[in-house]
Design a protein around this ligand. Structure first.
Ligand SMILES: Nc1nc2c(ncn2[C@@H]2O[C@H](COP(=O)(O)OP(=O)(O)OP(=O)(O)O)[C@@H](O)[C@H]2O)c(=O)[nH]1
Ligand SMILES: [Mg+2]
Length: 371
């Protein structure tokens, strides 16, 4: 039997169940085929024409699938989103790729402040992979068409290459830029459903479904809110200089409190999507405000019940932070210290990954203006 796949997302075409991947009504399929048109499932068609991605049940966890197929490929390209580097690092995938010949691609670099140099980012990424075997690091932007030619030259040495990474990092955008294949690309995580084979001259490049990490704030939000919270065009940067008795909310899913012994107040900048709302308040008002404005003034979430406050196990974690350090909050953004040291208490849903790291944006060279 010949398996027909959707050319946008790779799902196997079927005509029976609208709620499952690959659905297209039989009459539409027959007509498009007869006219020699591209075969797209209903979900991809609607995503492209109406800008909405319908949530569907995908049963297979693609991280396990990578484990099964990875040995068939000469090289693996592991893709990251620079605006959520730690969130797009999946430990299971890292373990799976431990012995593979791999190339790291850090995408969406157009979203970083202009004052940050490409060399700085590259050095930073190299340090992050200090203990891993890596064949090359490429910084790319599919929007600005940056870094793609060098990557193409490297990949052209191989016959079969696999692109992998967390959802929404830009794998399909990169594969499209390299091969011209008309893949579905949307601002919603979870667009690609199955393996898609494409060709760049003599190299076969395989696009794959993103790994659902389950440790990013966006992993818990419905599609319209995910779109709002992932950085699309512009990374916002806001400066804060809080006093001890203040509480800062980054949306409703992250609450910050501060402690310090110095006379000068700490200063830090927060990098996040423009859709994320901040609110600074007094300690004594914070608890009441949190519950009242969760999902309203405090976004994300975008609605109070999606997901509800009660659906999370809230967890407090403490960090000592100083100049030159950042705290990355997976799927939300990061806090970059400009004046320290100080203690930061972070309250978040238990599953969300928080990581203290060396600064990606040099505090003295990243520009001071809020954007
Ligand atoms: N600013 C910016 N956005 C990008 C870049 N590359 C991709 N995007 C956007 O990121 C979003 C996700 O891109 P996709 O190519 O669908 O990502 P993916 O990794 O294939 O996602 P899944 O199929 O869900 O795993 C889309 O809105 C793209 O337009 C880039 O270099 N810069
Ligand atoms: Mg994709």
């Amino acid at each position: 039997m010949i398996v027909v796949k959707c050319e946008g997302c790779g799902a196997q075409i079927q005509h029976e169940d609208e709620r499952k991947p690959g659905y297209i009504p039989l009459e539409v399929y027959t007509k498009r085929k007869a006219e020699g048109k591209q075969i797209l499932c209903q979900r991809c068609f609607r995503a492209r024409h109406y800008g909405k991605l319908e949530p569907i049940k995908v049963s297979k966890d693609f991280a396990q699938e990578v484990l099964r197929i990875v040995e068939d490929f000469e090289r693996v390209v592991w893709v990251f989103d620079i605006t959520d580097f730690d969130g797009s690092y999946d430990p299971f995938l890292a373990e799976t790729l431990k012995n593979s010949k791999k190339i790291i691609v850090v995408n969406k670099i157009d979203l970083l402040p202009r004052a940050v140099s490409v060399q700085e980012i590259k050095d930073w990424v190299r340090k992050r992979f200090e203990n891993e075997k890596i064949e090359g690091i490429y910084l790319t932007s599919t929007i600005r068409i940056y870094g793609l030619r060098k990557l193409a030259i490297h990949l052209s040495n191989f016959h079969k290459v696999l692109f992998v990474g967390a959802t929404n990092v830009g794998k399909s955008s990169l594969v499209h830029a390299l091969t011209g294949a008309d893949l579905s690309i949307t601002p919603f995580p979870g667009t690609t459903i199955s393996l898609i084979k494409t060709k760049m001259d003599r190299t076969f490049i395989y696009d794959t479904p993103g790994i659902v990490t389950e440790h990013r704030i966006i992993d818990f939000l419905p599609p319209d809110c995910q779109k709002k919270i992932t950085v699309q065009k512009h990374l916002s940067r806001k400066t804060f200089k809080p006093e001890k008795d203040k509480v800062l909310f980054i949306g409703g899913m992250c609450r910050l409190e501060f402690d310090f012994d110095t006379e000068l107040l700490p200063i830090f900048q927060i990098f996040a999507s423009q859709g994320v709302r901040f609110h600074l308040t007094d300690h004594k008002k914070a608890d009441e405000l949190w519950k009242r404005h969760y999902g309203k003034l405090l976004v994300p979430p975008c609605r109070p019940k999606e997901p509800s406050f009660e659906s999370f196990k809230w967890h407090e974690r403490e960090f000592d932070l100083d100049v030159g350090e950042e705290l990355a909050i997976a799927g939300l953004g990061w806090i970059s210290v400009r004046r320290g040291p100080f203690k930061l208490k972070v309250s978040l849903p238990k599953q969300i990954m928080v990581k203290k790291r060396i600064a990606l944006v040099n505090p003295y060279r990243g520009g001071m203006q809020d954007e």
